[in-house]
Design a protein around this ligand. Sequence first.
Ligand code: G1P
Ligand code: ZN
Length: 542
Amino acid sequence: MRRTMTTTPIEGQRPGTSGLRKKVTVFQQPSYAENFLQSVFDVVKPSSDATLVIGGDGRFHNRTVIQQAMRMAAGNGYGRVLVGRGGILSTPATSHIIRKYGASGGLVLSASHNPGGPQGDFGIKYNIANGGPAPEAVTEAIYARTVEIDRWYIVDAPDIDLDTLGANQIGDMRIEIIDPVADYADLMEELFDFDAIRAAVAGGLSMSFDAMGAVTGPYATEILENRLGFTKGTVRNGTPLEDFGGHHPDPNPVHAHELYDLMMSPTAPDFGAASDGDGDRNLIIGRGRFVTPSDSLAMLAANAHLAPAYKKGLQGIARSMPTSAAADRVANALDVPCYETPTGWKFFGNLLDAGFVTICGEESAGTGSDHVREKDGLWAVLLWLNILAERRISVNALALDHWKNYGRNYYARHDYEGLEGPAANALMAELENSLPTLAGKSFGPLTVRAADNFAYSDPVDGYKTPEQGVRIFFKDESRAVFRLSGTGTEGATLRMYLERYEPAEGRLDEDTTYMLGELTEAAKTIAAIEKHTKRTSPDVVT
Ligand code: G1P
Ligand code: ZN
């Protein structure tokens, strides 16, 4: 029997860059998750033959919200729910399951790379039938619903056993606990030449994969060790833990420093990789060579035709605005379009659905293709492996070869974390006000060519998304970008993105900090970072 529970709106439930993301303690408030879930269901209006997929990255509070979401899905008339065993489904696997089983949508329960545990973060994101994050029109409608919600629906039922494969029932709704790994691993085997990779492994190719105590452990173990033949122990931190073993599961050289240090040491294997909390991000490091995510996107795009799934070539490439223009140069050479979107994967969905692009990526270590509608950490790792196996080349040699062809976009992101909201807003407001007068001004050796606040018009449906970050272009093809994070949960985070292009005949193998030194100073001055934040240096540089 469906019951109606009365409720009142809770402030601040506007989904950010990737869904609603808050502290676990916020999600534990009475009616907090319920209000948001009901707002989703009120907007998407499921029919009685609709299937809902529920995936989670295994972090603390995952099981609680899954049980609640299943009872509420039953209360809202879904016909079927698919859940990964143990409440586990990586974000890309969730996307695949939605598509493969014709679900009307899915809930992704994760806070991605943010820390887990009782004091950590939690998140809920709704994905639509194409497998991708709901587009802005839908997330705005969900938000509008949260401010007027007055009731939610539930069917009372005991907890479902999440750890046993098979079928269950709540009211009229069927629940299937599915193997979280098998479908995804099969998809990877369709896309890539596993024989070629296996042969390379047999020939001595070695790697280390750090799952960071997060969701990709079981996927990486099955694919890399069981199916591709990498030695046992190739996957480290491979068991998903509620607090990620205390790790900050963000695969960058700072948080994955153990892997980074290994890859820079004399005992490094050929290839190193890591993924984040929910399995959609990737870190790629060759022996002695870190590959920036922006470069990885460009290098994958340039070589994708070597993998079976992409042998016919690419329709186009998309990158988020702050991502470097390295991919644009590849698109240009391939004579395919390159689209520049706001930050967040939801903007790629329309382009992929319309067949405008095949590969997409973000500077924040997300890369993916039209095989799902999320970024996909292991996919990127496997495409790299497929390319290395085909070209019989090291990561370092591939990178140097790429830069000799296209030139190099030196790149860094500086994060100023935990700022006071008003100070961060004042910085952005003052920066925006200064834009009309910046062109022509010089900062050290750099002169501003143009400056704007990035506005996006979706090429498929024309939906407009204004004010997605301040861009400062300099006369020498350098660029600085400023925006506030939409995923942080403590104060405000200012992101400053720095990029400098060095042509193919230029200085290709220099230290990035050195190459970006003058640009960094110019950008800090333009945004008056010290004045507003009282900080002289960033918290994290990636
Ligand atoms: C960050 C990244 C962005 C990514 C998002 C979700 O968002 O910058 O590229 O899509 O996480 O993984 P931000 O905190 O910058 O809004
Ligand atoms: Zn993630």
